[in-house]
Design a protein around this ligand. Sequence first.
Ligand SMILES: CC(C)(COP(=O)(O)OP(=O)(O)OC[C@H]1O[C@@H](n2cnc3c(N)ncnc32)[C@H](O)[C@@H]1OP(=O)(O)O)[C@@H](O)C(=O)NCCC(=O)NCCS
Length: 119
Amino acid sequence: MPESIEIDGLDEQAVHFIAREGEMVVGTARLRAIAGQTKGKAERVAVLSRFRGRGIGGRLMDVLEAEARELGLERVILHAQISALEFYLARGYIEEGPRFDEAGIVHQEMWLQIPSPCV
Ligand SMILES: CC(C)(COP(=O)(O)OP(=O)(O)OC[C@H]1O[C@@H](n2cnc3c(N)ncnc32)[C@H](O)[C@@H]1OP(=O)(O)O)[C@@H](O)C(=O)NCCC(=O)NCCS
């Protein structure tokens, strides 16, 4: 993704997650609650290529989904790059609507229902 798209001015509205190996950041994600709605959007989910396949992306999503639950959100939505579709399907995300182009990459909107926090 080009930096001009990544830096979108919405970082301050989001909760950010990083995975570290020592002092080095090797994975990122952010959760942005959508104003006036009970859903949040997972964005900037990425793990450095040489650290992939070790469970780091899954752990980032575990923590992001737990935060969504803490915030009382009912759904996490995201725009999955097609190459990552299986990663999200395996976590229970459901495809919604047609595929679309974003920054020249085919994407699919997906969502996951978040269980209510225990009372
Ligand atoms: C998608 C991404 C974040 C996954 O991170 P990761 O650390 O490699 O994921 P994990 O090691 O936690 O994988 C969890 C499971 O998903 C599977 N998986 C991970 N990436 C996958 C992919 N692209 N396609 C299919 N399956 C994938 C793993 O095999 C693993 O399955 P298992 O539990 O049966 O072993 C990482 O590949 C990445 O940064 N990709 C490039 C950026 C990107 O596409 N981000 C998503 C934008 S929407």
